[in-house]
Each structure stands twice: as structure tokens, then as C-alpha cells.
Design a protein around this ligand. Structure first.
Ligand SMILES: NC(=O)c1ccc[n+]([C@@H]2O[C@H](COP(=O)([O-])OP(=O)(O)OC[C@H]3O[C@@H](n4cnc5c(N)ncnc54)[C@H](OP(=O)(O)O)[C@@H]3O)[C@@H](O)[C@H]2O)c1
Length: 262
């Protein structure tokens, strides 16, 4: 897909990866609709883009936020692409996950992007063009200890992407699923960051991930995994999960120690 002139709605636009995706998209001549929580980060991004974008302050935790965002975005004109980037993470023993946080995680990471997509689809299908871009994670293919809710959310995003792509076949609307590995952004604060450092996990700079997200969209990719050897482990885990259980056994104990007090 040539991004020039495309009207692209981005959630999590002012986040660690989102901001850099937006700056790169603007550099390619896309017209941006920036959705994020109201606040300084969104205002700053709008300023960085020289006001050449529309800000749509949105809290995805609110009931019906996805549908409202779709309506607000469509009120400004046609939406060619939506990038479902907003996300939250949780690193703790699952038995310590609060009921409220469980709900928040599903709302922001899964329900809101599904609601938003559902509300945008009729116009895309009627037109016969459009692209849904869902940001998953390597954890959406390899579930990690103490990232239980987050892994379950990202598995859901991957399942949503695959099913919807099959459903939309021949419609002119396509779905791109992109799975980054650990990226140095605020989502990984605190114990999750300390644990990842201690385990010497591979880490990407957010701008590398942003560049890959644009590449995936420009290539009309179906599924796009960022990072080697993680993309290989995804395939091994799909075929031989017990082998991966064994490889992860030792680090699970370390991960549990970092997560215990969260
Ligand atoms: N960083 C990684 O290691 C990594 C790896 C794989 C996949 N990902 C995925 O990449 C995406 C972007 O993450 P990131 O690393 O850029 O994290 P980030 O810097 O924390 O950005 C996430 C963005 O989502 C926004 N958001 C959170 N809750 C929201 C809500 N209720 N309503 C509206 N917006 C909300 C955040 O706003 P606030 O700042 O106001 O909270 C923030 O702008 C996420 O889907 C994440 O799961 C990240």
C-alpha cells in the first residue's frame, strides 16, 4: 500500500511506539487521526506534526469508546487504515491479578479494538478497500509466565486478526497482524523491565519497531513478526510446545521471583 494521502486512524498514537509510527506516517504523506488519552502527550504530538493531523482524545476504558471513536473519525472523512496500537500490560502472578485489572486489560487490548474495527468495517466493505492493522506481540504466539493476562489478550488479537482476514477475503479489505518483541517503551516499566534486563532478553528501540510497522503496511503483509530468533521460536512453539516448555523451565522460576511482589 502506498501511504501517501491515505487517511489513517492510529490508537495509542502518543505512546512509545505510536508517536514514532505517526511521525513516520506523516513523513510518507499520510493524513493522520490521532487517538489517545487526552493529555500533554497527545497535544505534544499534534504540535510535532505541525497541526497537520486531527486529534481525537479517547479513553478506551469507557463503555462504547470504540464505536464513538469510529464515529468521530468517520465524521472527518473516509478512513483508509486503522492501526490498533493502544495497549496496556500486566506483569504479576496471575493469582494476584485484580478483577478490575483483568477487565481493564481485556477492554483496552481486545474489546475496544474489536469494537472500533467493527464500526469502521461497513464503510470499508461498501467501498471495497481498507486495511485493519492489529498490533499483537510475540507473547501472542508464545505465552509467557506472569504475563498471563497480557499473553491471553494478545493471543485473542491474533485470533481476531486471522478470523477477520479469512472472513473478509475477496472484499478488498485486508488485515495485517504485527507482532513486536520487547521494545524499550513506558509499557515495560518497573519489575517487567528489571526482569527483562536480568534475563538478557532481546530488546528493540521503538523507532526500529515503528519502521517495521510501516514496512509491514507498505508490503500489505498478512502476519509480520519482528525480531530473530523470536520469529523462529514462534514456529517451534506452534509445532513443539513441550520442547519450548523445557527451554523456558529455568527462566520461569526467575520470572516468578520478579513478579512475586507486583
Ligand atoms: N513495548 C513492548 O515491549 C511491546 C512489545 C510487543 C507489543 N507491544 C504493543 O505495542 C503497542 C504499543 O505499546 P508501546 O510499547 O508503545 O506502549 P506505551 O508507550 O505504553 O503506549 C501505549 C499507548 O496506549 C495508550 N493507552 C493506554 N490505555 C489507554 C486507554 N484506556 N485509552 C486510550 N489510550 C490508551 C497509552 O496512553 P497513556 O500513556 O495515557 O497510558 C499510550 O499512548 C501495544 O499494543 C503493546 O501491547 C509492545
Amino acid at each position: 500500500m502506498n501511504l501517501r494521502g491515505k487517511r489513517i486512524l492510529v490508537t495509542g498514537a502518543a505512546g512509545g511506539i505510536g508517536r514514532l509510527v505517526c511521525l513516520r506516517l506523516a513523513g510518507q504523506g499520510a493524513e493522520l487521526l490521532l487517538a489517545d488519552r487526552p493529555g500533554d502527550a497527545l497535544d505534544t504530538l499534534l504540535g510535532e506534526l505541525g497541526g497537520q493531523a486531527v486529534a481525537l482524545p479517547t479513553n478506551l476504558l469507557e463503555d462504547g469508546a470504540g464505536e464513538r471513536l469510529a464515529a468521530d473519525a468517520q465524521a472527518t472523512g473516509q478512513i483508509d487504515v486503522v492501526i490498533n496500537l493502544a495497549g496496556i500490560m500486566s506483569f504479576r502472578l496471575f493469582q494476584n491479578e485484580s478483577a478490575d485489572n483483568l477487565q481493564r486489560m481485556w477492554q483496552v487490548n481486545v474489546i475496544a479494538p474489536m469494537q472500533l474495527t467493527r464500526a469502521l468495517l461497513p464503510a470499508m466493505v461498501a467501498r471495497g478497500s481498507g486495511r485493519i492493522v492489529n498490533i499483537g506481540s510475540i507473547f501472542g504466539s508464545i505465552a509467557f509466565a506472569c504475563f498471563t493476562t497480557y499473553s491471553a489478550n494478545k493471543f485473542a488479537v491474533r485470533g481476531f486478526s486471522e478470523a477477520l482476514r479469512r472472513e473478509l477475503e475477496g472484499s478488498g479489505v485486508d488485515v495485517t497482524y504485527i507482532a513486536p518483541r520487547y521494545t524499550k517503551t513506558p509499557i515495560n516499566a518497573g519489575a517487567a523491565a528489571r526482569m527483562s534486563e536480568a534475563l538478557k532478553m532481546n530488546m528493540d528501540e521503538p523507532d526500529v519497531v515503528a519502521a517495521n510497522i510501516l514496512r509491514a503496511i507498505e508490503k500489505d503483509a498478512k502476519d509480520y513478526y519482528i525480531g530473530f530468533p523470536e520469529c523462529l521460536f514462534v514456529r517451534i512453539n506452534a509445532i513443539l510446545p513441550r520442547l519450548v516448555d523445557g527451554v523456558m523451565r529455568k527462566q520461569n522460576a526467575q520470572i516468578r521471583e520478579f513478579a512475586r511482589n507486583e
